[in-house]
Write a protein that binds this ligand. Structure first.
Ligand code: PLP
Length: 332
């Protein structure tokens, strides 16, 4: 019996699984189901809160009173961290890639509303020394008598990815309740923690389907290495030593488009069409690209041996607002 680390409760779980009744027949491929992890909460909505339940528990056990983390200026992870901190009555410091001139919209606006302390750094600083910058902030806070705890980008580390270890267990239970087996689970991959948790649990729980990540930045090789590293880190928490190969990590590369958080017209068009078709809002940075990618792959016949696919809607709706000018909507 594997004993996983403890967590605190911040998310609304379990999340529902629904069938996409109109998109599936329209594409003429397998049945597509969607797991509504966009509904894990309001302020804490999306996939990051599952990971933060574990990371914040570890932080609190260490006596932490400030959470430090980092991300893009519209990071859902930073917003969920700010919300989690406010919810439990501690402080948060966010190191954001961007500039203070940016309009206070979407997640950035909510961070401010939630009382997060924000520190902007340049893209170069973010790429080369974000860890160093967070360490420096930590040291400064310690000097002031605080107990800071650093959560890495996306909470995608050994402890954070247990959020999706338990999500996998949830999915296996829901398969039984619904009487449906999912041949494939498809997700957007941004920092790899979601994939890592699902992958590790799929092994320990004996899930027989396969997990596919659609990367929204970098490339397949980068994610295979990243996921391999995170899974190995997680295994140390539970004292298991699973043998697996990087070839078992399935990434669908080709849907990064213009680059991380940059949108193409076909992606915005797809989000618009999907909203009208299914009444579900995808985000421009992750789920919009991933669901677009899945639809394209189905059209190419790449999932034709599958009966049922489960797409996990990992959230991100607040990120739509700063991009509203990219949609061509009817003027009412
Ligand atoms: C962060 C994020 C992802 C990617 O999850 P990772 O664990 O970082 O790979 C997907 N969707 C949304 C909405 C996100 O905010």
């Amino acid at each position: 019996m594997i004993k996983i680390p403890e967590k605190i409760t911040l998310a609304n779980l379990p999340t529902k699984i629904e069938k996409l009744e109109r998109l599936s027949p329209k594409l003429g491929g397998p049945n597509i189901y969607i797991k509504r992890d966009d509904q894990t909460g309001t302020e804490v909505s999306g996939n990051k809160i599952r990971k933060l339940e574990f990371a914040v528990k570890e932080a609190l056990d260490q006596g932490c009173d400030v959470l430090i983390t980092c991300g893009g200026s519209q990071s859902n992870h930073c917003r969920a961290t700010a919300a989690a901190a406010a919810r439990i009555g501690i402080k948060s410091v966010l190191v954001l890639r961007g500039s203070s001139n940016e309009e206070s919209d979407g997640n950035l606006f909510i961070n401010r509303l939630l009382g997060a302390q924000i520190r902007f750094i340049t893209p170069e600083e973010y790429r080369n020394k974000r860890a160093e910058i967070m360490e420096k902030i930590k040291a400064e806070l310690e000097e002031q008598g605080r107990r800071p705890y650093i959560i890495p980008e996306g909470a995608s580390n050994g402890i954070g990815s247990f959020g999706y270890y338990t999500a996998m267990a949830e999915i296996v239970r829901q398969e039984k309740e619904l009487g449906v087996h999912f041949d494939r689970i498809v997700i957007a991959a941004g920092s790899g923690g979601t994939y890592s948790g699902l992958f590790l649990a799929s092994k320990t729980l004996g899930y027989t389907g396969q997990i596919y990540g659609i990367n929204v930045c970098d490339d397949a090789e980068y994610f295979k290495n990243q996921i391999d590293k995170i899974v190995r880190e997680s295994m140390q928490y539970i004292n298991v030593d699973l043998q697996f190969s990087k070839d078992e990590i399935h990434m669908i590369d080709g849907y990064v488009g213009q680059g991380y958080a940059l949108s193409r017209p076909e992606e915005m068009h797809f989000i618009h069409e999907f909203a009208r078709l299914e009444g579900i809002i995808l985000d421009p940075v992750y789920t919009g690209k991933a669901m677009y990618g899945l639809a394209e792959e189905i059209k190419k016949g790449n999932f034709k041996t599958c009966e049922n696919i489960l797409f996990i809607h990992t959230g991100g709706a607040f990120g739509l607002f700063p991009k509203k000018h990219l949609f061509t909507l009817p003027q009412v």
